[in-house]
Design a binder for this molecule. Structure first.
Ligand code: UDP
Length: 238
């Protein structure tokens, strides 16, 4: 696609977003910067931006094949991808298959306990408020999303889980949990946006339960770059 990168319109913790000469498209650029605990912990994971860009694009392509609409258009370099311009719904949409992280802490459940069914929860994307949990009625009452949009988001999230869980199982990886974001196209359609990477998912080796994701950075476990490379190698060899 012939498109020109223009001014930066947003810089997040792990990505920059640029306008283009076509208002229907943005270019996202993935960085090596890593943060955790709402920005309290900072660092760099060398090569992360390249892996997260390529891996997200592979996951979006897989999901599109299964009928999930995503913002992915075309990768233009190791770190840059053309995406459909959407307005992000300010929610972190979290699906869990196995207890871990904040869920384990909140409910006093040991990490690694299989849940009887996948769970879905929302946090309001608001750094100043520390991304508080938010329920369906709050989302609708505050106008964060409409009832119809929320229904679409729920369907989208469970579908993403079904597709990704099966895919990662096929490469010897357990999909513990993940966060996605949804965006609105100009006509109001809800599509999958943001990224799907070891920054936003928990991946455990199916045999050893070794962590292959950002928890290695959050918890100072070492082997961070190696874990990102390991998961990327596994999905690349399919
Ligand atoms: N997550 C994310 N961004 C956030 C918070 C969570 O991508 O700001 C992902 C995280 O990587 C994990 C899932 O969402 O895969 C659930 O995270 P959790 O609520 O357990 O939070 P954490 O323990 O990471 O604070």
């Amino acid at each position: 696609m012939d498109i020109k990168k223009l001014n930066q319109i947003y810089e997040g913790k792990a990505k920059k977003v640029f306008a283009t000469d076509n208002p229907e498209y943005y270019i996202v650029e993935y960085k090596d910067d890593a943060t955790a605990f709402n920005g309290l912990k900072h660092g760099t994971i060398t090569g992360k931006g390249i892996i997260n860009n390529k891996m997200s694009n592979m996951m979006f392509t897989l999901l599109e094949k299964h009928g999930v609409r995503t913002h992915f258009v075309e990768q233009v370099s190791d770190r840059e991808t053309i995406v459909r311009a959407v307005k992000i719904v300010p929610l972190e949409i979290i699906i869990r298959n196995v207890a871990a992280g904040s869920f384990s802490k909140r409910y006093g459940v040991e990490e690694g306990r299989e849940l009887l069914c996948p769970t879905l929860e929302f946090s309001l994307k608001d750094d100043a408020l520390n991304d508080p949990l938010i329920n369906d009625s709050h989302i609708i009452a505050l106008g964060v999303a409409s009832e119809k949009e929320l229904a679409d988001i729920r369907t989208l999230a469970y579908k993403v889980n079904d597709v990704l869980k099966e895919f990662f199982c096929s490469v010897g990886v357990k999909l513990i949990d993940f966060k996605i974001e949804a965006g609105r196209l100009p006509d109001g359609t809800i599509i999958l946006a943001d990224e799907i990477s070891p920054d936003t998912c928990r991946f455990w080796d199916a045999k050893t339960n070794e962590k292959l994701d950002k928890d290695r950075f959050r918890r100072d476990m070492g082997g961070v770059e190696e874990a990102y490379h390991e998961i990327f190698t596994r999905i690349s060899n399919v």
